[in-house]
Ligand binder design. Structure first.
Ligand SMILES: Cc1cc2nc3c(=O)[nH]c(=O)nc-3n(C[C@H](O)[C@H](O)[C@H](O)COP(=O)(O)O)c2cc1C
Length: 262
């Protein structure tokens, strides 16, 4: 490879790094605006890097065989490694260009993944493999319509669709070009419905991916749409074009009554 080519590659890499870093600063500022939570916090409290995902070694066949919904959780917290593995399954970067372990329509990457834990609300940042602190409030219980559980799961994952992200140059181009090729107008309502359907399917893929990772790690897990969207919207301070599509509860399965003691 010539020196010029190497130099160009280095420049491209440093531009990419700068881009990601700029977006991260923007994200931090946005979360700060929303939650006003960072003002008195040190940098290492605002961002919690997670370990690289590892140890999901069960065969896919066994993970599929073990996959089930379980609703009886132990109060034992999940380690950062377990959380990192779950998030890698849900929305980890597995290729160049920031592409993810789960698909999204037109590569919109419109789903934000929030974690609700005893120690607060966190936002998953795939580009950094870590969690951005949002607020020191335990809102897990608030997400339930009816809480019939003995113990709250140590982790609630909340999948939020950001519809603003489904508007991109490429999407607009596809939507403008398609009717020209078909020589027929595409109905606005149809397009809207198509977007909503696609976003919900994107979350569905994440749910199953997390179910399989949970199965491989022997965790109890259940997908949920039975939650109070209104309460989650308030807790996460979501904007009008951000919609809570699903939640997923995770923890170790409770084995005895002692697992429920606070
Ligand atoms: C989109 C979706 C929403 C769900 N919502 C809830 C829920 O709100 N509460 C609940 O206890 N289980 C919920 N479940 C879990 C289903 O009840 C469960 O998948 C079903 O009973 C089949 O059991 P299995 O997952 O063990 O195969 C949901 C599952 C899906 C896929």
């Amino acid at each position: 490879m010539s020196i010029e080519k190497v130099q160009k590659a280095i420049n491209r890499l440093s531009n990419l790094k700068a881009e990601i870093s700029d977006q991260f600063e923007e994200l931090k500022a946005e979360v700060n605006r929303r939650f006003a939570s960072h003002a008195k916090r040190r940098d290492d409290e605002i961002f919690r890097p997670l370990p690289a995902p590892t140890g999901l070694d069960m065969s896919l066949m066994d993970a599929l065989k073990n996959r089930r919904s379980q609703r009886n959780f132990s109060n034992e917290p999940l380690s950062d490694q377990v959380v990192a593995n779950l998030l890698f399954a849900a929305d980890g970067i597995n290729r160049k260009g920031g592409k993810r372990t789960t698909p999204s329509a037109l590569d919109w990457r419109e789903t934000d993944v929030y974690l609700l834990k005893a120690n607060g609300i966190w936002l998953w940042v795939p580009e950094r493999n870590g969690l951005l602190f949002c607020a020191m409030k335990d809102v897990r219980e608030e997400t339930y319509l009816l809480n019939a559980q003995l113990t709250l799961p140590p982790l609630e994952i909340v999948f939020v669709t950001n519809y603003a992200r489904t508007r991109s140059l490429l999407t607009d181009a596809v939507e403008t070009i398609a009717p020209k090729i078909k020589k027929a107008a595409v109905d606005e309502a149809d397009l809207r419905e198509m977007r909503i359907r696609a976003c919900h399917l994107d979350v569905g893929a994440k749910l199953q991916s997390v179910y399989l990772a949970a199965s491989a790690m022997g965790l109890a897990c259940v997908a949920r749409t039975g939650f109070s969207a209104e309460k989650i919207v308030a807790a996460l301070r979501l904007k009008p074009d951000e919609v809570v599509v699903a939640a997923q509860s995770l923890g170790y399965p409770a084995k005895s009554i002692l697992d429920h003691l606070k």
